[in-house]
Design a protein around this ligand. Structure first.
Ligand code: NAP
Length: 298
């Protein structure tokens, strides 16, 4: 029996674990893949106050070791089912029980929904520039999207690839101006505005894409072996979708104390409905969720 079980070891879950274990609660973190979540695949973090510049993987490792230094356990198990009322959590290996649950499973990259996208995933189509960029050294890479992730990816890839096309469906980016300035100053990045990716071509590996200008309907083929899709994320809430209240996009609705619609169940980080999804705001949510859970069960 645990006091608090946290599902997901991104910055939200790890900071929740730090706060819960530091408050003397028996704390377990269940994580499907690796600690750090999306932060661990960020090549450079420069907006986490107190950490001037750091690679995301290094920051994630520090977060995990700090959380466990106060006694929290991390187990790498995939959660299959959650009994919200009884606070029972079933993984592929075990069943656990706790007094409170914190949901911090984060969000996953969205797909374009094109034919061949799944078939060529890992064969040219990627959702993580820092994970796969190295495979395309001195090649031509394409990035789709106009948010912070897409611009960061394009900048990251420009250091490895001979050319990067940044394809965005509108004529202005939604990313922060700091990134827009960096992209504009980067001679290796060519922005293709008002355009969408219509086709991904290739059998065993991706060979080209077709891009359509949405204003003129003109289609252009780009010969490229790498397409990085950075068009936002969707929340990992499938496992709780009929059990707690979600918004129309599937994000968990919480109050300011991170309480969900179910008693003793809290949510933190990118998985919840909020306006700013950053490492720092995820960590902050984790602290608040842990504090609420500790108060709730004391
Ligand atoms: P995002 O801000 O939601 O941006 C998604 C982008 O993809 C938008 O430009 C959107 O176009 C485009 N898009 C969406 N669906 C599309 C589709 N089907 N086809 C083509 N384009 C599509 O996502 P994000 O960039 O991943 O960022 C997510 C959150 O993480 C944001 O809050 C962001 O600030 C944060 N983040 C922060 C940092 C940092 O602080 N260093 C780094 C990365 C991410 P429209 O603009 O036309 O809607």
């Amino acid at each position: 029996m645990y006091d608090i079980i946290i599902i997901g070891a991104g910055p939200a879950g790890l900071n929740a674990a730090l706060y819960a274990s530091r408050a003397g609660k028996k704390t377990l973190v269940l994580e499907k893949t690796f600690a750090g979540g999306q932060a661990a695949t960020t090549y450079e973090v420069d907006n986490y106050i107190g950490v001037e510049k750091c690679d995301g993987a290094a920051l994630a490792m520090k977060m995990a070791s700090q959380a466990t230094s106060f006694g929290a356990e991390i187990k790498y198990e995939d959660v299959l089912d959650i009994n919200i009322e009884e606070k029972r959590i079933k993984t592929q290996k075990n069943e656990y029980k706790s007094k409170a649950i914190i949901l911090s499973m984060g969000a996953n990259p969205k797909k374009l929904g094109l034919e061949n996208e799944d078939k060529l995933r890992g064969r040219g189509v990627s959702y993580c520039a820092t994970c796969d960029g190295n495979f395309f050294k001195e090649k031509i890479a394409c990035v789709v999207g106009g948010g912070d992730t897409a611009l960061e990816d394009a900048i990251y890839l420009s250091a490895l690839c001979k050319k990067v096309y940044l394809i965005h469906r509108r004529n202005s980016f939604r990313a922060v101006s700091l990134l827009i300035n960096k992209v504009e100053e980067n001679s290796k990045i060519e922005c293709i505005f008002d355009s969408t990716v219509e086709k991904i071509n290739g059998d065993n590996i991706m060979e080209s894409i077709v891009v359509k200008n949405v204003k003129t309907n003109e289609e252009t083929k780009i010969d490229t072996n790498a397409l990085f899709v950075a068009i936002g994320t969707s929340p990992n809430t499938d496992i709780v979708k009929d059990k707690i209240t979600l918004d129309e996009n599937g994000y968990i609705i919480t109050d300011e104390n991170m309480k969900t619609s179910a008693d003793g169940v809290f949510a933190a980080g990118d998985i919840r409905q909020k306006t700013l999804r950053q490492i720092i705001t995820a960590a902050s949510d984790g602290a608040v969720a842990a504090n609420s859970a500790v108060t709730d069960i004391s």
